[in-house]
Structure formats: C-alpha cells, structure tokens
Design a protein around this ligand. Sequence first.
Ligand SMILES: Nc1nc(=O)c2c([nH]1)NC[C@@H]1CN(c3ccc(C(=O)N[C@@H](CCC(=O)O)C(=O)O)cc3)CN21
Ligand SMILES: CC(C)C(=O)C(=O)O
Length: 360
Amino acid sequence: MGVSAGVFLTVVQIPMSKTSKDQTSQFNLAEDDVISDESPVIGTLEKNPVTVKPHTHPLMFRTTRRLFGVRFSHYNAKPGAAPKMTIPRLYEMYAAKQPITCITAHDALSGRMADEAGIDTVLVGDSLAMVAMGLESTSEIELEDMVYHCRAVARGAPRPFLIADLPFGSYEQSVEQACESAIRMVKHGRAEAVKFEGGRELCPIVERLSKFGIATVPHIGLTPQRQISTGGFKVQGKTAASAKELLDDALALEKAGATMILLEGVPDRVATVITERLNVPTIGIGAGSGTSGQVLVQIDMLGGFDAFVPKFLKRYANILETHTSAIAKYHSEVKSGEFPSKQNSYSIKDAEFEKFTEML
Ligand SMILES: Nc1nc(=O)c2c([nH]1)NC[C@@H]1CN(c3ccc(C(=O)N[C@@H](CCC(=O)O)C(=O)O)cc3)CN21
Ligand SMILES: CC(C)C(=O)C(=O)O
C-alpha cells in the first residue's frame, strides 16, 4: 500500500550516524502491511538529525523530501518496506553465511526492478557501456557517463547498497586520480562504494580511499578492462601459480582495507579457498557457489544482450523476444487502425463539440 492509498505517516526520525535499531518511526499501517524485524527505514539521510513530517499527498511528500534533503525515491515510498542496505547489514549477512545478492543496473527502471525484487546490492557496472550505450568495449566509457548512470540508478534503487565502477582510465594514473574519481562518483553519482579492476597494485588506492571513508570493491580474476593484454575474456587462476597469485592479491587488498572483493571468471574451488581465507565478503560472477555472494549483469540474465553468452550466465527471461514482439504488436496495431481505440482516447461533450464545429 502506498502513501497515496491512505497510509498516514506521522513522524519519521532518521539519525544518520546510528543503525536502524536506533531509528524511531511511527506509522499508521494497514493490518496486512508486513513489517520486518528491524524498524522500517525510508531512505538514507544526508543531514543529521532531522525530523520529517510527510503529508499524505504524494506531491507534498515529495516537497518535504526535497526540503529536508532526504534521499528517498517515490518508487520506494512504502512504509514498512525493507530497511536500507548498509555495510554493517551486509557484514551481518556475511557472518550468518547468508548469500549476498548483487545485480547490475544502469538507469532508474533497472534500479527500481532490482530494489523491488529484494536484491541486496546494486552494481552500476561499466558493462553498461556495452548494454546501454552500444559501445564496442567497456574501456570506451568515460567517468562522467558512469556518474550520470549511477545517479539515475540511485534514484530508482534507494534501498540496495549501491556500488559503482570506476571506468578504465579514471584511476590508474595515481592515488590522487583515483581519489578524485571516487569522490566524484560518491558526491555526484551517489555511489556508496567504488569498484575498480586489479590486484595488489591497487592497494595504495584502497588504503587511501578507505581512510577517507570511501568503501572499495576491488575486482580480480577476469578483468574485462584488461581484455587486450589478457587476450580476451579468459578465466583466471587455472594454474596453481596463478591461483596463488589471486589469493595473494585478495589478501593484500583486504589488508589495505577493501570492503568486499569481486571475483570474476575464477575456478569454483579457487574462489571458495579465497573466500575462506578472507574476512571480508567475496562477490562472484563465474566463480562458483562458494563465494559470499553472486552478481549477474541484469540485461544478460533477462535475455536482453546476445553479443556473447559466457558459461556463467543463466538467463531468467527473454526480453529480446517478449519486448520486441510487444513493440511489433503496437507497430502493427497502429498500421491497422486497431490502436488507439475509444478506450485510449479522450472525449468532449456533444454540445461543446457542436459549438466547436459551428465555429469552423
Ligand atoms: N553484457 C555484458 N556482460 C558481461 O558479463 C560483461 C560485459 N557485458 N562487458 C564486459 C565483460 C565481458 N565479460 C565476459 C564476456 C565473455 C566471457 C566468456 O565468454 N568467457 C568464456 C571463458 C573462456 C575461458 O577462459 O575458459 C566462457 O566460455 O564463458 C566472459 C566474460 C564480462 N563482462
Ligand atoms: C560483470 C560485472 C561484475 C561488472 O563488472 C560489470 O557489470 O561491469
């Protein structure tokens, strides 16, 4: 039930520096509204502390949100909705050995669908260069494009923990360059963590960013931004020596302060050992079932991208087929005159129409 459907939200207090357990909220909810164990949270807050008194009218609600600087999407305006996903909550899941879910998103709609499906973390991955921008490779995308897409996803997906890729060329030159790009992604893209590709050579970046409170997710194994030097999208860690290199990279990155580590294209048993040796969660793609979590590219798993189909991909839908045939149906209905029907049209009273025709 949404706010407009009659739920009256009286007072919500969201102190930013505390966990949701400290958050007080008072709702007048319908009996069938499900409330989770934790106090409901309606978005994260940029100023602290603050008391928000939203009104029942959705437009007033929106105005209130903007006035108080509450980061809150109208997509998720459901009192009693699941709480905002934070690093402590992700670590709780990890400690309880509950798999962490992650899916990519590249705009408000794909973000919203991930949020409403209950996904824990959303990744604005640079694969959007290929799926959303039609580029040949991920290396072509600019930081500004990633920031733009990240901000759109943040609006559509306020609940999941939001990770964004720093694209090729935006962090390799120096720690300073990486800081500048990461800050831009957090400040303007509203990312909650930044991801970048590479092993122990990234430790100085991870260390500096974590010192300043920017969460990092280094991405090791199959690193698409290095596809030219690796000779394509090849599984990594297939020899004892290279598996050991991956483990050493992961351990060094953890020591430097990485929040999570993404493992792509790594043999399942190697990924499991790496996961077991770490004290931070691993998110896997093509890394088997022994990682702390899984990530898939949303458009790939929905069947909306067919330039390549990696072995790790499982398709849960076929939107290329279903969406294209829906658009084709619309096209043919317009051609045949079936659409728009009376049902999709607006009317005018006979008297007014007669008066109008007399004016002609
Ligand atoms: N839409 C999309 N999805 C992705 O997963 C993705 C992108 N774009 N862009 C950048 C990279 C490219 N990725 C890929 C692409 C192909 C394979 C692939 O076909 N791999 C071989 C492995 C061959 C081997 O070394 O054994 C496979 O057969 O799965 C893997 C990752 C992952 N990333
Ligand atoms: C494949 C995933 C992990 C990624 O990095 C991306 O979407 O860019």
